[in-house]
Design a protein around this ligand. Sequence first.
Ligand code: ZN
Length: 104
Amino acid sequence: MEEPEYADLTCTACGRTAEHELRHVGRLLATTTCTACGHVVEVVPRSMLTGYLHDLEHRVTSKPVRMARRARRDPLRFARELPGALLRQPGKLLAELGTLIRGR
Ligand SMILES: [Zn+2]
């Protein structure tokens, strides 16, 4: 695991817009952890990784302030712009992430 990064996201568990710890496996975003309630989301199937994650990673590392502002201004829209599967199917994603990690 690399050093975590942080970004304000809307938590799917507690509904608050709070700072989330973003953890990566290699170059891939692996989990987000809500610092308000501790809810962990396993992120993103392989099929979504290629362009999207690179772009997200870039934005998270280079524009955290802009991201935080957007999340505060319109948290629902911000949440919709996150990968839909991230919000809907954490269990399935956990399984896929496991496959991904074991395949390395
Ligand atoms: Zn939370």
